[in-house]
Unconditional design. Structure first.
Length: 195
C-alpha cells in the first residue's frame, strides 16, 4: 500500500508517496525506464538494502523538495535529486549506482513526489498506487521500520557511509540500539554531504 506523507515546511500540495516492495522480479525493466527518462516512470526507485529507516527516505525527500522549491536541483528532476540526497558524497553517478535501482535489485522503495504544475493537477495517491501495481512485479509491504529492518544490508551501509572505522558500533549487541545508532550516523552523513 502506498503511504502518503505531508512533510513539514513544504507546501501542502506537495506530497510524498512511498511504497516498499520485496522480491521484485522486473528491476531490469524499471531500471531501463529510468535510463530512458520515461516520464511515466518518474519515481525515485531506491535499493531497499541501503535503507536503515523511514526517516532516512523522508529526510532525502525533504532535501530534494527543498532543492526543487528553491530552483537549486543538481539533477534532472526531484526524484533523481532524492536518490542523490541519500549519498554522503557529491558524486551523482556514484549515488545513482549505490542507492538507485539496478537490474538485479530485489527489494525496493518507490517514492513519487507529487505537486501541481502549470499543465496539470498533482497525481493522487490512488493514481500512484495503480501505476505501481501495474508496473512493479513484487510483493508490496507497509513502509515501516520493522519491514525495512528485514532488508537492510549493514555491510553495504557501513561501506557506503564510510562507517567501517567505528569499532564501538560493532560492539553494540542489541540490534535495535545498533540500528538506532546507524540511523543517526547515516542521517548525519547525508546532512554533511560533501563537506
Amino acid at each position: 500500500m502506498v503511504e502518503s506523507v505531508l512533510l513539514d515546511l513544504v507546501p501542502a500540495d506537495h506530497q510524498v508517496h512511498v511504497a516498499l516492495f520485496r522480491n521484485v522480479q522486473n528491476s531490469a525493466f524499471l531500471h531501463t525506464q529510468l535510463l530512458a527518462r520515461n516520464t511515466d516512470f518518474e519515481y525515485a526507485f531506491i535499493d531497499a538494502s541501503v535503507v536503515v529507516s523511514r526517516t532516512q527516505i523522508l529526510a532525502a525527500a525533504f532535501k530534494a523538495l527543498s532543492a526543487k522549491l528553491s530552483d537549486t536541483l543538481k539533477t534532472p528532476n526531484v526524484h533523481s535529486e532524492l536518490v542523490t540526497s541519500l549519498s554522503p558524497s557529491k558524486n551523482i553517478s556514484e549515488a545513482y549506482r549505490r542507492f538507485g535501482i539496478g537490474p538485479g535489485t530485489k527489494d525496493l522503495v518507490a517514492v513519487k513526489i507529487t505537486f501541481p504544475t502549470s499543465n496539470a493537477l498533482a497525481l493522487t495517491a490512488e493514481q500512484v498506487q495503480a501505476h505501481l501495481k501495474d508496473n512493479v512485479e513484487g510483493t508490496e509491504q507497509d513502509f515501516s521500520d520493522s519491514n525495512i529492518a528485514e532488508i537492510t544490508d549493514f555491510a553495504k551501509l557501513k561501506k557506503y557511509y564510510k562507517l567501517n572505522g567505528l569499532p564501538w558500533l560493532d560492539k553494540i549487541k542489541d540490534e535495535s540500539e545498533k540500528r538506532q545508532q546507524m540511523d543517526g550516523l547515516v542521517l548525519s552523513a547525508m546532512a554533511l554531504r560533501g563537506a
